[in-house]
Design a protein around this ligand. Sequence first.
Ligand SMILES: Cc1cc2nc3c(=O)[nH]c(=O)nc-3n(C[C@H](O)[C@H](O)[C@H](O)COP(=O)(O)O)c2cc1C
Length: 437
Amino acid sequence: MTDTRFHLAWFMNFTPDEWRAPFGQGGYPWDGQFYIEMAQTLERACFDYIMIEDKLMVPETFGSDRKYSLANGMMAPKHDPAPLAVAMGMATRNLGVVATMSTMAYPPFMLARLSSTIDSLTRGRFGWNVVTSAEDLAAQNFGMDVLPPREERYEMADEYMDVVRQLFDSWDADAVVLDRENGVYADSAKVRSIDFEGKYFKVRGPLNTVPSPQKHPVYVQAGASPRGRDFAAQHADSIISVANGAEGMKAFRDDIRARAETFGRNPDDIKVLFCITPTLAETEEAARIKYERETTSDHFVNDILASISAITEIDFSGYALDEPLPEKLVTNGESGTLDKFQQWGSGKTLRELAAAQGGGLVSSLELIGTPAEVADKMGEAMAEVGGDGFLLTTPVLRVSRKYLVEIADGLVPELQKRGLVRTEYRHQLLRDNLREF
Ligand SMILES: Cc1cc2nc3c(=O)[nH]c(=O)nc-3n(C[C@H](O)[C@H](O)[C@H](O)COP(=O)(O)O)c2cc1C
């Protein structure tokens, strides 16, 4: 019998929790404890990984001011994901921990060293979400006035991947011999310089860390443009995406798999996970009421618009809320998310776009109901798409303990009962867990 299980992961960031809501933790998660407990909850529910989103600026596009972002704790403050990944990893045993780091921001040597170190600390459970950065505001923190165009960002990123790969391979797997009798810690014949000289990077090597359990971290990527999809299909172990419905999910996954084959890769080695934001309650009616209340509040609509403004650098505060967008918008930033959001041609008003599917930004399917009903819908959608899983999140990524419990203790057991998701971890390494089915 073929294994029809799918994977679960979670998409969040190191920002305030759902601090305004009645079941929030209070909005001060900076000692990490709240998110460590979140990781433990997800491990209890057998998630493959938790992914920490990141951006390198305080947004100021919405309303042409950073006031909204700071007043609402929206995408700011945002703390560094790498130390949080370590803290989460040290407090769990099986859950994968994935941190976002930008190829624009880290010199490749630093990123390879950091990733290798975290992979050793977590005994082989580290993943890197590879991003190229998509905001001029971020570029301005790194000596540039504007971002390079997308094509060039990906060209740099291709070279970057080559450098880090060579750095990870600059130590043979058996280079550490630990021979006390002969006084040899590492065999210098098995550690080499890389002498890399490319168009953008010049790195001598070797790396000064021992080979970590996975040797190369798990690569996560979210390319959406044709160039971005090629990049993801070439490098990623897991691709995260937001699509429009099961049909859009299937089209995206089929496209990625076809691209992977042209790069000589086995498409089954790439797990494509789709963002969803289920709304759960004791009855379908109660879930509908909750959904309506949550997605029509002014806070919700403004948070969504501030969020899409930040990642596309288009000021959505300038458009009328109850009219359709006047033109199809384009960005040098996150094009896929923008296209998914604007549903060009649908005739929906901006308010309706913000609410679409329970978070017009990051939800691929409408999932409203009891845990059992939502589990059925997820199973049906995955059967239609063909795999590989879902990336649970919330519309603007903020979480409360209550929501986590609804997922971990309501939805996941229903999925497990149907044989749709894992009930235990079989492997130590994140990459092996991803490839298990
Ligand atoms: C689910 C998801 C998560 C993402 N996380 C980040 C992130 O943490 N940091 C970031 O700078 N970009 C993030 N992105 C943006 C992607 O890296 C990518 O730039 C975007 O999808 C646009 O694709 P393109 O570059 O091919 O146009 C994310 C995108 C998606 C869909």
